[in-house]
Design a protein around this ligand. Structure first.
Ligand SMILES: Cc1cc2nc3c(=O)[nH]c(=O)nc-3n(C[C@H](O)[C@H](O)[C@H](O)COP(=O)(O)OP(=O)(O)OC[C@H]3O[C@@H](n4cnc5c(N)ncnc54)[C@H](O)[C@@H]3O)c2cc1C
Length: 430
């Protein structure tokens, strides 16, 4: 196989395929990898289990990082998303409700907003993922949907072989590099890293669509309610277009097991009886079913690549452990994986040390601090009294309120949360 920067993958009559790169999964992580490989004119194959449009159980909230990557890909796409107000809704901030129900209202990074556009948006994944998927069509990308992987084998430093079926047809694919973008139950991760996400790093989420929920913020702030029975997880209410609301709960799976929690019952209990929530659902109706899915959270730095392979998005466990946000990191890691692959093909290097330097190290340099800070916030939310106390004080002190607001946008300020002196200052109202 010699094609590095060819027009398309080479497919012969016996159904063997030769390509530079194979991407497994066409969600946000795989889509970002493909988009940036296409920009560089690198042929690649995408193998996807489902057929688009396909849904993904999610809270549907997209932050500034999603906007950042999309803008890098093509600024017109961001405009398209914000203009499509029939399906997407702009969001300007987040409301954190403490275990006692006190609310902290925090605008998203307002100074970074470009003219008139909100920093974030909420979009049904059925719509958003399909929008990105439609952007993948290019002479450099060959897409196989509704395909199932039969085996992945690697000759380290040389190539990767993937056997897959699409309907009754079996294919044997050979690539220099494989990008695992196949979500939380990643086949690529299991096959090449021999590693499943541990239960300590795993969160379980339930999501439902409701119509008729009242009391939403006028600028569509997303709401995270840290209910005592779900800590360090939360109950969420995210506004959507067309009077719909994405409502859900998320909780760490080891806590679910330990406390023997029935998550569905907790979610319905909060909707029916929680004094800060139930009145808003008096005339609300469930649309469709309550559905669940796993969230592989970032817990500590682990290898995300090796000889001839890279993992991205949920396959790399990159979900923010405090906010549960994974779409932005999926897109961001997909983008960085593509640039590591471009360098690798140019240099003719496919070994583990090369990808560690060009991918893992670059990714953690960019988002490592942020993920570590979120871990710290997750730990803080494990202590309801401390959480209640900080939110209570922030209510009374406009200085503290604006300091906390900045913390969500300024990593140096967030570091103060680690220092006992920060809490002492709050205590003495300094
Ligand atoms: C309940 C819940 C709520 C969430 N809320 C939010 C939120 O509000 N905001 C946010 O930013 N994040 C949220 N997340 C996280 C977010 O959904 C994920 O982080 C994000 O989808 C990761 O993107 P991805 O491309 O890595 O994986 P996915 O979106 O899961 O895409 C993986 C793709 O790979 C395909 N695939 C899987 N296995 C194979 C295979 N063997 N062969 C071929 N293809 C395969 C799948 O069909 C899919 O298309 C939430 C998650 C859950 C579960």
């Amino acid at each position: 196989m010699e094609t590095y920067f060819g027009d398309s993958a080479e497919i012969s009559n016996d159904k063997s395929i030769h390509t530079n790169v194979v991407i497994i999964g066409a969600g946000p992580a795989g889509a970002a990898s493909s988009i940036f490989l296409t920009k560089a004119g690198i042929n690649h194959v995408i193998i996807e289990k489902a057929t688009f449009p396909r849904d993904k159980i999610c809270g549907d909230a997209c932050s500034g990082k999603t906007v950042f990557v999309l803008r890098k890909a093509n600024p017109a796409w961001v405009d398209d998303i914000f203009k499509n107000t029939d399906e997407n809704i702009s969001s300007h901030g987040v409301i954190f409700a403490s275990p006692r129900g006190k609310k902290l209202t925090i605008p998203f990074n307002p100074e970074k907003t470009t003219s008139g556009q909100a920093p974030g948006f909420v979009t049904p994944r059925l719509v958003f993922d399909n929008y990105l998927f439609e952007k993948l069509a290019s002479p450099f990308a060959t897409i196989y949907q509704q395909s199932s992987i039969k085996s992945i084998e690697r000759q380290a430093g040389k190539s990767v072989q993937v056997q897959f079926n699409q309907g009754a047809t079996s294919y044997n694919l050979t690539a220099r590099i494989i990008i695992g973008a196949d979500g939380d139950k990643s086949y690529v991760r299991k096959a090449l890293l021999n590693n499943n996400t541990s239960s300590k790093a795993y969160c379980v989420g339930l999501r439902a669509y409701y119509k008729g929920v009242t009391g939403l913020h006028e600028q569509n702030y997303i709401e995270l309610h840290f209910l005592p029975e779900l800590l360090p997880g939360y109950f969420w209410v995210f506004p959507l277009a067309n009077g719909l609301t994405n409502v859900g709960v998320g909780m760490m799976s080891d806590k679910i097991k330990k406390k023997k929690v029935n998550l569905r019952e907790e979610m319905l209990r909060a909707i029916k009886y929680n004094p800060n929530i139930s009145s808003r659902f008096t005339n609300a109706a469930l649309v469709g079913k309550i559905q669940g899915c796993g969230l592989p959270m970032f817990m500590k730095r682990q290898p995300l690549s090796g000889g001839n392979f890279l993992l991205t998005g949920d396959a790399a466990s990159l979900i923010d452990p405090f906010t549960g946000e994974g779409i932005g990191n999926a897109l961001f890691s997909g983008m960085l994986a593509a640039s590591a692959v471009i360098e690798s093909l140019k240099a003719g290097k496919y070994d583990a040390a090369f990808f560690k330097e060009k991918y893992d190290d670059v990714l953690f340099k960019r988002i490592g601090d942020e993920l570590k800070m979120s871990l710290l916030l997750q730990k803080l939310s494990n202590y309801p009294w401390l959480f209640n106390f900080v939110v209570q004080k922030a209510h009374k002190s406009s200085t503290l309120n604006s300091a906390l607001t900045s913390m969500f946008t300024d990593l140096d300020l967030r570091k103060q949360l680690r220092k006992p002196s920060f809490y002492a200052k709050i205590l003495f109202n300094r």
